[in-house]
Design a binder for this molecule. Structure first.
Ligand code: ADP
Length: 406
């Protein structure tokens, strides 16, 4: 089977969830998709789509192995099934959040690779990587003959130069512990920057792009000549702009000060910065931008402040990255907020005329400011810097990378 003839199962396993898509690489169409929720908890459920309809399986899923068995059952189901047997699945691509310095690119799963994933990377992403490894093991048990690939969120950022990814700590400590910037959302930044080049009719090598992946987690990346040269997330996804519930960048001394004042341990403090801060903490209302916009419309000043901070910090990265690249050809907005919140896009782009950005306010508000699922240009025709809304598709990147590897 050649890569482009294959059907690839993309698996994104969380600690109690498992999302999947089956993609036909011949035409890159999604044949089926769905997700298991509450794995290992009471009331587990699989919501599966295929053949134009949806089916809900309420079945006890004590672990990920049972979940993946149920997914395969749904894929071959009489009503919503899209394949006759699991032998039609050419390969499985697994999403993995953190690679550390152990994996620089998409990697075929072998016992050695799995060992490295489990022994070396769990501490880098304690919430995400163990879940991914559980997903890989579950799939290997159920589909022992099917090749599996690990596709890392951080791979696209592996091209960052040392001066961009290092923190100003003792170099020996960086070497000993791997403490540096790794970045995240790499598959999304890779996808939208390549789509932008295609849309603009240019080669990636000809373009300097800032991609803004703005969702529950947000990151901004400088893509120079098709390669990542810097990104806003860091050692973990806590860094960069403030997010739904994450603080974003903060002075390390303030963290220690806060911990002392609040009587928190190290890990409680990090948990606080991950879960109780960001726009939720600033607004006191919600982590969801739809709620913040509604609050702002009702005159809630802290919702407005949270929105202002988010746009301000995003803009700060756009400016910094234009400086880093020595120019700017295109700004891309993607993910939940980037695709659907026009006021954020407007606030980020306003005042960037000096960089050559001529924003098209009218185009920005077409369709109520929500993405129509295609690439939309929201800069003026004569804008030197093109501003685009590009719907992201991380699953497709995972499937492509898996197909390429094989
Ligand atoms: P993640 O995948 O990181 O969980 P998303 O990319 O789905 O997050 O982004 C979630 C954010 O996007 C939320 O703040 C939400 O308010 C916003 N969002 C998602 N869809 C819409 C929409 N249709 N209209 C407005 N905002 C939206």
């Amino acid at each position: 089977m050649k890569g482009e003839e294959m059907k690839i199962l993309v698996v994104n396993a969380g600690s109690s969830s498992l999302k999947y898509q089956l993609i036909d690489m011949e035409n890159e169409k999604v044949l089926a998709k769905g997700g298991c929720e509450r794995i290992g908890i009471d009331g587990s459920v699989l919501k599966a789509k295929g053949n134009g309809s949806e089916k809900i399986y309420e079945k006890d899923m004590p672990n990920h192995k049972v979940a993946i068995e149920l997914v395969l059952h749904a894929l071959t189901d009489d009503a919503i099934g899209v394949i006759k047997s699991m032998d039609e699945i050419g390969a499985v691509g697994h999403r993995v959040v953190a690679s550390g310095e152990y994996f620089k690119k998409t990697t075929l799963v072998t016992p050695e690779v799995l060992k490295t994933l489990e022994e070396k990377t769990f501490e880098l992403a304690p919430l995400h990587n163990p879940a991914a490894a559980t997903g890989v093991r579950a799939c290997m048990e159920v589909m022992p003959k099917t090749p599996m690939a690990l596709v890392f969120d951080s791979s696209f950022h592996a091209t960052m130069p040392e001066k961009a990814y290092l923190y100003g700590i003792n170099y020996d400590d960086y070497k000993a512990y791997g403490v540096r910037k790794y970045g995240a959302h790499g598959t999304s930044h890779k996808f939208v920057s390549a789509e932008a080049a295609k849309y603009l009719g240019k080669k990636p090598e000809q373009l300097k792009i800032v991609t803004c992946h703005l969702g529950n987690g947000s990151s901004i990346t400088a893509v120079d000549g098709g390669k990542c040269v810097d990104t806003s997330m860091g050692f973990t996804p806590l860094a960069g702009v403030l997010m739904g519930t994450r603080s974003g960048d903060i002075d390390a001394s303030a963290v220690e000060f806060l911990a002392r004042k609040k009587g928190l341990t190290h890990s409680e403090t990090v948990n606080y910065l991950n879960k109780k801060c960001g726009v939720a903490g600033i607004s006191g209302v919600s982590s969801d931008f739809r709620d913040l916009i509604a609050g702002q419309e009702q005159g809630n000043e802290r919702c407005t402040l949270a929105l202002d901070m988010f746009a301000y910090q995003t803009k700060r990265f756009v400016g910094a990255y234009a400086a880093v690249m020595g120019g700017l050809d295109c700004i891309v907005f993607t993910a939940g907020i980037g695709e659907n919140t026009p006021t954020v896009r407007e606030d980020v782009c306003t005042g960037l005329e000096f960089l050559g950005v001529k924003f098209n306010r009218e185009a920005n508000y077409v369709n109520g400011g929500k993405s129509d699922g295609t690439i939309q240009e929201i800069s003026a025709k004569d804008s030197k810097v093109k501003v685009l809304i590009i719907p992201t598709n991380e699953e497709l990147v995972i499937a492509r990378e898996t197909a390429e590897l094989l």
